[in-house]
Design a protein around this ligand. Structure first.
Ligand SMILES: N[C@@H](CCC(=O)N[C@@H](CS)C(=O)NCC(=O)O)C(=O)O
Length: 165
């Protein structure tokens, strides 16, 4: 393992670490990048923002003090998460009125990373009894459906192993 950490992708006996480097490599191979440098930069901007949305989860998960964990979970649920989702709903709406994807006119790895992060938030919500729904964010909710029902992704979801947090 290059840095002693996961994830690691192995291709033809070579190893690649760092999740976003792996995502970008796979996106280029699978034609899931934006169509021009501006679209790719916007896609990267949204990816970094989605990563920021996910970061409190990691901190809370590693918090040993139960009282502090409860407070941080409440802050995440009531303030941080709604702000992130509101901004992401606006970003999505800015492109084709939110009827398609975050950038351009086809699905990119930015959409997939967002949908994957939502599934991590759902697992987190189950573990810590936190109410979570995308009800107030209809465009994001429809994006999750759109991505999860695309043929190859739906086939993977149907056969992937159960994941616990
Ligand atoms: N920036 C890295 C972070 C990788 C990372 O923190 N991996 C964790 C698992 S999700 C790990 O392997 N931790 C064990 C360790 O660091 O010893 C990435 O995005 O891939």
């Amino acid at each position: 393992m290059p840095y002693g950490q996961l994830p690691v992708l192995e291709v033809d006996g070579k190893q690649l670490a760092q999740s976003k480097a792996i995502c970008r490599y796979l996106a280029k191979e699978l034609k899931l990048m934006g169509s021009n440098p501006w679209e790719e930069a916007k896609g990267d901007m949204i990816v970094d923002y989605v990563e920021d949305m996910r970061s409190p989860i990691i901190r809370i998960f590693h918090e040993k003090d139960e009282e502090r964990r409860k407070l941080q979970t409440q802050l995440f649920k009531e303030q941080q998460l709604p702000t992130f989702l509101k901004n992401l709903e606006r970003d999505l709406t800015d492109n084709k009125d939110g009827e398609g994807y975050f950038i351009g006119d086809k699905m990119t790895w930015t959409d997939i990373l967002f949908v994957t992060t939502i599934s991590v938030i759902k697992l987190f919500a189950e573990k810590y009894n936190m109410e979570f729904s995308l009800e107030k964010f209809p465009k994001l909710s429809a994006l999750v459906e759109r991505v999860e029902s695309s043929e190859a992704i739906a086939a993977w979801i149907a056969k992937r192993p159960e994941t616990a947090m």
